[in-house]
Design a protein around this ligand. Structure first.
Ligand SMILES: C[S@@+](CC[C@H](N)C(=O)[O-])C[C@H]1O[C@@H](n2cnc3c(N)ncnc32)[C@H](O)[C@@H]1O
Length: 276
């Protein structure tokens, strides 16, 4: 996979942003598509959202597959937000938040429920979790500098909406982040940790959406090492929260055998690990 940062020549403010981004992600900066090979991924920097696009889609055989960007007010996400907040949704059940008596929690002065999204990606799950209840505080960590820049861009573009929830994005590797936190069951940093690792490219049962295709191009260079990294992340997560939820394709193998239970949807599964 080759990547290029493409900067708009019309937008005078874009050039500085594009230069900074190109330096951070080590992609060459270009001003038009002239020399960009067709299999390239392109990060567009202009007056619109910071977006990532695969120029050629082998699946549809078409040029310029749709661009991917962070948009917290997108209708599809808005629909999911309304659904996801429901008590009976698989996601809320997997997180274990459907049974919480929030009034009692508040009366007991237990403070906000702290959720870590250790694989923030485009921030969609983090966003949904932050809207489940005002007493939920979500920290979301992303290690890809490009995706993190897209998250920051998305936050800026929907600042008013983002201000209504308790949500922060942190740039870095979650394994290191979790290692940096104090240890011990009496001082765990989070109540729940969510992991949504990359689905392996070879897994035919999880047909990629547009976003997943771009993700795979961007991040899945070595699927085997990815599995090992996920195991490490899960081990660290289990040290830092009594409940860890891993989102997986429905038929994929377990990452770690000691799980408490799974909740199955049509194409995905939530593996729940309870750590006393
Ligand atoms: C499938 S995506 C997550 C999508 C996300 N749940 C959403 O709703 O947009 C996986 C993401 O996890 C990130 N990731 C994987 N391992 C990580 C780690 N150790 N620390 C931080 N981010 C990680 C990848 O860079 C990728 O962006």
């Amino acid at each position: 996979m080759v990547g290029f940062v493409l900067v708009s020549q019309e937008d005078p403010f874009a050039i500085d942003r594009a230069k900074r981004l190109a330096r951070e992600i080590h992609w060459p900066l270009v001003k038009d598509l002239g020399d960009v090979p067709e299999e390239a991924l392109v990060a567009w920097v202009d007056e619109g959202p910071l977006r990532l696009q695969r120029l050629y889609s082998p699946q549809s055989g078409s040029r310029q597959a749709g661009a991917v960007y962070v948009d917290f007010s997108a209708p599809r996400l808005e629909h999911r937000r309304r659904l996801g907040v429901g008590r009976n949704q698989l996601f809320t059940k997997a997180l274990g938040v459907h049974k919480i008596n929030w009034r009692e929690r508040e009366a007991l002065g237990q403070g906000p429920l702290r959720i870590l999204d250790a694989t923030a990606g485009l921030g969609q799950d983090a966003w949904i979790m932050a809207w489940i209840h005002p007493q939920i505080k979500v920290t979301a960590v992303e290690r890809s500098p490009l995706l993190f820049a897209m998250l920051e861009d998305g936050v800026k573009r929907s600042q008013e909406l983002v201000n209504q929830v308790n949500l922060e994005f942190i740039y870095g590797d979650s394994v290191k982040y979790l290692e940096s936190l104090p240890r011990g069951t009496d001082q765990r940093a989070f109540d729940v940790i969510l992991l949504d690792p990359m689905f392996p490219k070879s897994d035919k049962s999880a047909l990629s959406r547009k976003e997943m295709q771009v993700f795979q191009d961007l991040l899945l260079q070595d699927p085997e090492s990815f599995d090992i990294q996920t195991q490490e992340l899960l081990t660290k997560a289990c040290e830092q929260a009594p409940r860890v939820v891993v989102k997986r394709p429905r038929k994929s193998p377990l990452i770690k055998s000691s799980l408490a239970y799974s909740l199955e949807g049509r194409s995905i599964r939530y593996d729940v690990y309870l750590n006393r």
